[in-house]
Design a protein around this ligand. Structure first.
Ligand SMILES: [Zn+2]
Length: 452
């Protein structure tokens, strides 16, 4: 075999079929060979993994990385550096406030990403409302086959709009991800707060579990009529998990995702964590958190996503005396792998097999990127992350690459971290720093989803 560009040897390779000792060889950005060390050919660069775990790079299926109107929050350069430092090699960017509902808006974002990003990226279309459902077939032709809608403010889509959008995915493909909280329930319970808004936990109390559960049930009921593919964004409650599990058992095409902050924190920590801990849906009870881990392990939850949406700290501090005034959103793209290693693998709540599925192979299948992405296999892109399961870190803002310069996880001691990240065979992160200039990232068109 001819000389390769890169060989990583002496690794524990996390493959779909299980974990084996050996290495991978890379040629022209793709995996050319997977073999035991003695069968690996020569290469220009050889990295000794020192028996650490080599995984496919993570695919973060929901991250607010770049909004042309909100560059003070994050941009493709800072967001993709955060991604690389979290072992994420493809981010699926989700719109924040600017609409991505025309071919021109997609082209604009693709151009920005290709100039600024250091990791690969795909794009969600949205926000979907009654006025722009017609975007679905147009955007699918540009490689954007995932769409976002809200059943709550600030981008409320009527039940009729949801019916039309799911019908469109039934006809043209792609999926509709819905932020599922019922607007009327939120209004009702906010109204009951009677001015008690100074404590951060008020935010969670004003958005009760029932708001999510009613919206999830309604969206599943619509799906049964329309067909198509419903993806429940950031699931958080036991009731919603039961509904999704029942729908899956009935053969409905429903998938769901969970965020690292809902796996890490619970509602009673909000007053201690302060205004930083505001996000939607809010943090839930300890019992809900336990149910999320259990559902992640057994497969009710399909993928883990960051819902990365930090803001400048001033926008968080504005909620100091009234939590309603704080920005809703937290950092996350750098934390998915850390939470899953530290709280998951190292605490026996997760297996490597499921880690691979929920962070790589399943998102790749869901977004139509498989097997180019999401797996260590010959012919696949050499998107890889080397993780040290024993590395201890005290999480601090200093280690974060986000533009916002703070983290909800400040001061936490965690065990397990990524130490090297590769995108198409090029090292983009090593030793706590990024190692490549912006512009390496390529737009990845979504294809047809694979449902297994
Ligand atoms: Zn989001």
């Amino acid at each position: 075999m001819k000389k390769l560009d890169l060989v990583i040897k002496n690794a524990k390779l996390v493959l779909e079929s299980g974990i084996i000792r050996g290495g991978v060889g890379v040629s022209n950005g793709r995996i050319a060979i997977i073999a035991s060390d003695e069968h690996l050919p020569p290469a220009d660069e050889i990295i000794d993994a020192e028996k650490k775990y080599l995984l496919p790079g993570l695919i973060d299926g929901h991250a607010h990385i770049h909004d042309p109107e909100m560059e003070e929050h994050e941009d493709f350069t800072t967001g993709s550096r955060s991604a690389a430092a979290g072992g994420v090699t493809t981010v699926v960017d989700m719109p924040l406030v600017s609409q991505v509902d025309t071919v021109e808006a997609v082209e604009c974002k693709v151009g920005l990403g290709q100039d600024m990003s250091i990791v690969d990226f795909s794009l969600y279309g949205g926000m979907l409302t009654s006025d722009n459902v017609g975007m679905i077939p147009k955007l699918i032709n540009t490689g954007v086959a995932a769409f976002k809608a809200f059943t709550a403010e600030p981008f409320y889509a009527s039940t009729g709009a949801i019916v039309r959008a799911l019908s469109e995915t039934s006809e043209y493909g792609g999926h509709l991800a819905i932020h599922s909280e019922d607007r009327d329930i939120l209004d009702e319970f906010s109204g009951r707060m009677e001015g008690e808004w100074d404590a951060p936990i008020s935010h969670a109390l004003s958005r009760p579990e029932i708001a999510e559960e009613i919206a999830v049930d309604r969206n599943i009921a619509i799906l049964k009529k329309t067909g198509g593919h419903l993806h429940i964004a950031h699931i958080t409650t036991r009731g919603a998990l039961v509904s999704v599990e029942r729908a899956k058992l009935n053969g409905d095409l429903v998938t769901t995702e969970v965020c690292p902050h809902h796996l890490q924190f619970h509602r009673d920590e909000m007053n201690r964590l302060g205004t930083k801990s505001k996000m939607n849906p809010p943090l839930r009870s300890k019992q809900d958190r336990a149910a999320l881990w259990s559902a992640l392990l057994r497969g009710t939850i399909d993928i883990v996503v960051s819902d990365h949406a930090p803001a400048p700290i001033e926008k968080k501090e504005e909620g100091e005396h009234d939590i309603r005034n704080a920005w809703a959103g937290v950092d996350g793209v750098q934390m998915i792998i850390r939470v899953l290693l530290s709280e998951g693998i190292n605490k026996n709540r997760l297996t490597f097999h499921r880690l691979l599925e929920v962070t790589s192979s399943k998102p790749a299948k869901l977004f139509g990127l498989y097997p180019k992405k999401g797996v260590l296999a010959v012919g696949s892109d050499a998107d890889m992350v080397l993780v040290d399961l024993t590395k201890k870190e005290k999480i601090s803002a200093d280690m974060m690459f986000s533009k916002c310069g703070w983290t909800l996880y400040e001061g936490m001691e965690m065990t397990g971290a990524p130490i090297m990240t590769f995108v198409r065979g090029v090292k983009v992160f090593e030793d706590d720093r990024t190692t490549i200039k912006p512009g390496h990232g390529q737009f990845q068109k979504m294809g047809d989803a694979i449902h297994l």
